[in-house]
Design a protein around this ligand. Structure first.
Ligand code: ATP
Ligand code: MG
Length: 403
């Protein structure tokens, strides 16, 4: 067991964070991490000048601490995580700590020391610390050579306030802002590849994201609902989702399909979806909607058709993927961990009553005319009242009854 306390240093981007905003943001991130890390062997999380420090329980092993660091890196607001030890502001202790940290890094052939002082009241300059501790590491590990450019291992040393932190393991985080610092949104969430990525991007920017899923039930099975639940559980791990409304949309689609010109069906489905989403958004206090659309990706996502759907709601519709190619979206879905789930086939309202050739340039006058045939106000009220609500754990929402 190590003589030093295991810690993880959490860095965030400070750009644009000043004064009161900054401490509010730090506190938000600290509380989110505390909430999300409940299952890990932590003692506490502290804020110290521009960083958060996660203190592990005595006896926590390297593997456990690294796993936790890897998890921390996936939490919105985290720009970098470094995993190592805390010791005194004493060069001998720092050296002993560095020797231990490098021992855990395997047998690196090359290394360098990168020291920083946050407070210049520590008498030894960073460059001198690099040299001194570097020389002692060479004695302790004679096979390891110092190399400044692209070494196998960088031994980070940070002197902050009244302690030092030493680590060899450091990784980039997802960045962004802590969930709960950018307001509330509602995403239209299918079980497909795109919309989970669109939602995640907004959560990464600090939004609390709720969602609505339109199931083809009772005209299809409820398979897509299970996939959406699996997707929500992945997003839940990093605190990126709140409530998910599940709407049984099949019968309404059927009504539309029975009498609307086939080429306009998709536009009508979409416009109805957005109207419903807007109502649900108001219920949860969301100030904008999110979709996973990307310009021109499919027939329903031509510029004209996107505009035709926007027309029916007064809330802004955010489309974070609008300029992305499918491959980029797939890569991101893989990183987030939703791709495997989204790749499973499940009929949802999108596969139901689809026309052979959907209009790519819908004529708005025709669309509005076609809609007059349906009692939308009644439908929307009925649908919203019967929507099922699934709640997920979100660090920025008050505790509610779970599952
Ligand atoms: P995705 O991969 O997100 O399913 P897609 O490439 O299948 O998108 P469309 O079917 O045109 O594209 O859907 C565009 C957007 O409309 C989706 O990204 C999503 O935001 C919303 N949407 C589509 N189907 C549903 C659904 N069943 N429930 C909720 N939202 C949906
Ligand atoms: Mg889809």
């Amino acid at each position: 067991m190590s003589a030093f306390q295991r810690i993880a240093l959490v860095h965030y981007h400070e750009i644009g964070l000043k004064g009161k905003n900054r401490s509010r943001f730090e506190e938000r991130l600290r509380r989110n991490l505390e909430f999300l890390l409940a299952a890990y062997p932590l003692v506490t999380i502290h804020r110290i000048s521009g960083r958060l420090i996660v203190f592990f329980k005595e006896g926590t092993g390297q593997r456990e601490a690294f796993d936790c660091a890897q998890f921390i890196a996936s939490v919105p607001g985290v720009a970098r995580v470094s995993c190592g030890f805390k010791c005194a502001r004493d060069i001998d202790e720092m050296t002993a700590c560095a020797i231990e940290a490098m021992g855990e890094a395997g047998d690196p052939a090359t290394f360098k020391v990168s020291a920083r002082r946050s407070h210049t009241d520590f008498p030894i300059h960073s460059m001198d610390m690099n040299r001194l501790i570097g020389a002692r590491l060479c004695e302790a590990y004679p096979q390891a050579k110092v190399r400044m450019a692209d070494p196998d291992v960088t031994v980070g040393i940070e002197v902050v306030q009244n302690a030092s932190y030493v680590y060899c393991m450091s990784m980039r985080g997802v960045g962004g802002l802590a969930v709960g610092s950018s307001g509330t949104l509602l995403a239209l969430l299918s079980s497909g590849i795109d919309s989970p990525v669109a939602l995640w991007r907004c959560a990464r920017r600090g939004a609390i994201c709720h969602a609505v899923h339109f199931s083809g039930r009772p005209q299809t099975s409820d398979a897509s609902e299970y996939l959406v639940d699996d997707i929500a559980r992945v997003l839940e791990r990093s605190g990126c989702i709140g409530k998910v409304f599940v709407v049984a949309f099949g019968d309404y689609q059927r009504e539309i399909a029975l009498s609307c010109p086939p080429s306009l069906r998709i536009i009508l489905y979409r416009r109805l979806m957005l109207r419903i989403a807007e109502q649900l958004a108001r219920r949860v206090g969301a100030k904008a909607l999110i979709t996973g659309e990307s310009l021109g990706q499919v027939a329903s996502q031509t510029l004209e058709n996107l505009c035709a759907t926007d027309e029916v709601v007064s809330l802004p519709v955010f489309r974070p993927l609008i300029g992305n190619d499918k491959l980029e979206i797939i890569n991101e879905a893989q990183r987030i961990g939703t791709y495997e789930i989204s790749s499973q086939d499940a009929p949802d309202c999108c596969t139901l009553f689809m026309p052979r050739s959907p209009a790519t340039h819908a004529n708005l006058a025709e669309v509005r005319k076609a809609e007059e045939a349906y009692p939308y106000d009644e439908w929307i009220a009925e649908i919203c009242a019967s929507a099922e609500v699934h709640e997920y754990r979100n660090p920025a929402l008050p505790l509610h009854s779970l599952h």
